[in-house]
Design a protein around this ligand. Structure first.
Ligand code: SAM
Length: 242
């Protein structure tokens, strides 16, 4: 049995209570992650304690935003754009089983891995969708239909807003996970956030539990519908950010 004291202490700091079953789901997810990582590129972080802190606790630390904590305590619909190996979407689904989660990634190999995780952990109300955010948010099924959109380590706020805000319902929230100093990035992203119907309400800055890793969450509320011309096609989201 591995020593997960660091994880338990971090959970306490975040005020998240997990059952033995949920703790076991995290253990199984860790095993699947490092096993699959031998044959495909999922993560550079593989040491047990590092994964507990830098992936699991970091993903869960979105609860540092009181708005996010409130939504996650309800049966909200959450989308994780550019989820990769499932961060932050899978830890959030394990810790808050009543939420509905859509994991989205442009790489099908990662989606296949996520489907294995979903089935092994017997997670319900969760789907892994293959595709690019800027294409899928044009579909009625996904457009403006989520209470909360999260995204970690995918792009800068200007491009990321065009990828993510179209998925969010009016009154819902887009919360990108950011690290270090983000003032300049935030300033550069203001125009995009505004044009897409968002309004930056606050930035929550903290240190990830059991580490000295500085994290910022930008809490963006959707105040008006995203105009139909967004997101733009042909790679403009990245080559010519708003
Ligand atoms: N969110 C995960 C994490 O924090 O560990 C993965 C981060 S990884 C650096 C970026 C992920 O975003 C990759 O899995 C990539 O395939 C995905 N991605 C990049 N552009 C995307 C897009 N336009 N739509 C959907 N996924 C995208």
């Amino acid at each position: 049995m591995r020593d997960n004291t660091v994880f338990k202490n971090g959970l306490k700091e975040l005020n998240i209570d997990l059952s033995d079953k949920q703790l076991e789901q995290f253990e199984i997810y860790y095993d699947m992650l490092v096993e699959k990582n031998k044959v495909m590129n999922l993560t550079a972080i593989t040491e047990y304690e590092d994964v507990l802190i830098k992936h699991f606790l970091d993903s869960l630390s979105v609860v540092r935003s009181e708005k996010a904590r409130k939504l996650l305590s309800s049966s909200c619909k959450l989308i994780d754009v550019g989820t990769g190996a499932g961060f932050p979407g899978i830890p959030l689904k394990i810790a808050f089983p009543q939420i509905h989660v859509t994991l989205m990634d442009a790489l099908n190999k990662r989606i296949n891995f996520l489907n294995e995780v979903i089935s092994t952990l017997e997670l319900k109300d969760i789907e892994a969708v293959h595709g690019r955010g800027e294409e899928l948010s044009r579909k009625d099924l996904y457009r403006e239909s989520f209470d909360i959109c999260v995204s970690r380590a995918v792009a800068k706020i200007n491009s990321l807003s065009e990828l993510c805000i179209p998925f969010v319902k009016l009154g819902g929230f887009f919360i990108p996970y950011k690290s270090g100093s983000i003032d300049e990035e935030l300033e550069e992203g203001k125009n995009a956030v505004h044009k897409l119907g968002g309004h930056s309400t606050d930035v929550v800055r903290f240190t990830v539990p059991m580490s000295d890793y500085e994290r910022s969450l930008v809490v963006i509320e959707k105040k008006s519908n995203t105009p139909a011309q967004f997101p733009r096609a042909g790679g403009k989201v990245f080559s010519k950010p708003l």
